[in-house]
Design a protein around this ligand. Structure first.
Ligand code: SF4
Ligand code: SF4
Length: 93
């Protein structure tokens, strides 16, 4: 399942999507420790697999929370997507 977290406002669309099927087979879950803002958490899905989601309190502030990881120029490598070698994390902006 692709789980989407985020929002849309006048400034744009700010969503993080997570492919939870990949999380289910990811034992170490390095994204959780890698994110300096600790927005990821582990939960058990409907199939009793441990997967990762974005914390409730972070979901409507992603543009601001992730800003330090995203310089306005260039193509920065994000800490979270670098940590997730299976490519389960995608940012919409
Ligand atoms: S590192 Fe990627 S695959 Fe592993 S738990 Fe995090 S988002 Fe899921
Ligand atoms: S861009 Fe930075 S703050 Fe945002 S989820 Fe990734 S590691 Fe965390």
């Amino acid at each position: 399942m692709i789980a989407n977290y985020g929002y849309k406002d006048g400034a744009g669309e700010f969503f993080i999507s997570i492919d939870t099927e990949k999380c289910a087979s990811c034992v170490e879950k390095p994204c959780v420790k890698a994110c300096p803002e600790q927005i990821f958490y582990i939960y058990e899905d409907d199939y009793d697999d441990e997967v990762v989601g974005v914390r409730d309190k972070s979901r409507n502030q992603l543009q601001y929370i992730c800003a330090p990881c995203k310089p306005s120029t260039g193509e920065p490598k994000l800490t979270c997507t670098e940590a997730c070698t299976s490519g389960a994390i995608k940012h919409s902006w």
